[in-house]
Design a binder for this molecule. Structure first.
Ligand code: PA5
Length: 424
């Protein structure tokens, strides 16, 4: 079951001989990753995580989900960055996978946003998943304070304890202490997996299982991804091909990558991807700026820029081969809009022609592009895609000569903010 990488619109930018030339560098990056000998190797636990994740653990999460849903009308998922985006990306991608609604908190500090959320759930039976690897991040810590107070007013004793689930470090951080002192259920985020690589750890799996998503299929897809994208031969490994394409285009001063999709369930997947790629590569003055567009909506606002703006951009489409449903376009007697030409065809047929036309037009306008094609938008393919992107960015970071697994730059604003808040 598959994911493929289509490269026809790279012609003139990336040639077969370029792939051959870059192969030794890719092999070096691959070896560094496999032998845990590269920069940041202490955070490469994600690389064999799918095969290390036990079925018993996944079964226990499914049971946990059934239990929590039996006494909850909604789940509030508290977290930011890597402790937020993968969950939202998955639920949006899978459409309607939630068996109870999921609300998100702790990913900003909007008073009105959180107030409205609290108002909307106050008469419901609530479960909370609070996720923070460090256990000290400002946004989720403060949101959790406010939500915990509401929960403590609403529920007491065991009723309270069964409704708050903490996902955090095994030993350190404020959230670990709160969980242990309060006798709350908790799950451990492995030390060797960084935030943006953590969607397939309890960070993503626990809230997703509570929401009712098929975590077994998600991990099964990632396991297949691990097998396919850990192969050293670039000819056989599309994750490495994607990493190579990005690097070769970067060397041609294509400094912006637009992840574009004609499928509206990809919105948060692109947000997840932006964190993964931005935080992993952009350091020491290097790296591609990851951006995203939602087609065909954005063709009517950003299409001009893509076709005709500064030629420092390349594009990666994420496409879906088979939609879950079909919608036939009706024939009309008068044919005023002259769309009887597609009467009887499925809406996705037109969408795919728009996609094909856009890829061709942008290429002719000087934007090289490739397409990642998923057979279906289901849990299995998403798990595989998560792994594809993780594997590719690790190699891509090594090609650039940076440590893909740290994020020293995100501390600067925090230091200034803590000084302003008077926090030690
Ligand atoms: O990539 C990262 O490490 C960060 O963006 C984190 O995911 C984000 O800051 C959340 O951190 P934490 O889980 O420690 O609250």
């Amino acid at each position: 079951m598959g994911i493929t990488l289509e490269k026809q619109y790279l012609k003139g930018y990336v040639a077969k001989k370029d792939f051959k030339q870059i192969f030794p560098k890719i092999k070096k990056a691959h070896d560094a990753l496999e032998k845990k000998a590269g920069l940041g190797s202490e955070f490469t636990g994600w690389a064999d995580l799918p095969s290390r994740t036990e079925d018993n653990f996944l079964n226990s999460l499914v049971a946990l989900g059934e239990e929590v849903r039996s006494y909850s009308d909604c789940l509030i998922s508290i977290g930011i960055g890597g402790s937020y985006l993968g969950i939202r990306a998955t639920l949006k991608f899978l459409r309607n996978a939630e068996k109870i609604p999921v609300e998100y908190a702790g990913h900003n500090m909007s008073t009105d946003g959180l107030y409205e959320l609290l108002e909307s759930v106050k008469n419901k039976r609530i479960a909370v998943a609070v996720i923070s690897k460090s256990g000290t991040t400002t946004e989720p810590a403060i949101a959790f304070r406010i939500i915990r107070k509401m929960m403590e007013e609403k529920y007491k004793g065991d009723e309270l304890k069964k409704r708050i689930i903490c996902i955090t470090d095994g030993k350190k951080g404020a959230l670990r202490q709160i969980a242990d002192k309060g006798g709350l259920r908790s799950f451990v985020i492995p030390d060797d997996v960084g935030g943006r690589f953590s969607v397939l750890t309890p960070v993503g799996l626990v809230p997703l299982a509570i929401a009712g998503c098929d975590v077994r299929a998600l991990v099964e897809g990632a396991r297949e991804g691990q097998k396919e994208y850990s192969v050293p031969d670039i000819e056989k490994n599309i994750a490495y091909q994607y990493a190579a394409v990005r690097y070769l285009l970067y060397k041609q001063r294509k400094y912006i990558e637009v992840l574009a999709s004609f499928y509206d369930n990809m919105f948060y997947l692109a947000e997840w991807w932006k964190q993964l790629y931005g935080e992993s590569e952009a350091k020491e003055g290097k790296g591609i700026f990851p951006s995203s567009l939602n087609m065909s909506t954005d063709l009517h606002s950003m299409g001009q820029l893509m076709q005709d703006g500064v030629r420092n951009v390349f594009e990666t489409f994420v496409n879906i081969e088979h939609t879950n449903h079909s919608l036939s376009i009706p024939r009309e007697e008068e044919d005023l809009d002259q769309f009887n030409i597609v009467a009887g065809k499925d809406l996705d047929y037109v969408n795919k022609q728009a996609l094909n036309a856009t890829a061709a037009a942008h290429y002719e306008g000087g934007v090289p592009n490739s397409s990642i094609l998923l057979e279906r938008a289901d849990s299995f393919h998403l798990g595989k895609l998560f792994y594809f992107f993780e594997r590719a960015v690790a190699v891509s970071g090594y090609l650039l000569g940076v440590n893909p697994f740290n994020q020293p730059g995100v501390e600067a604003y925090k230091k200034k903010m803590f000084a302003l808040l008077g926090k030690k």
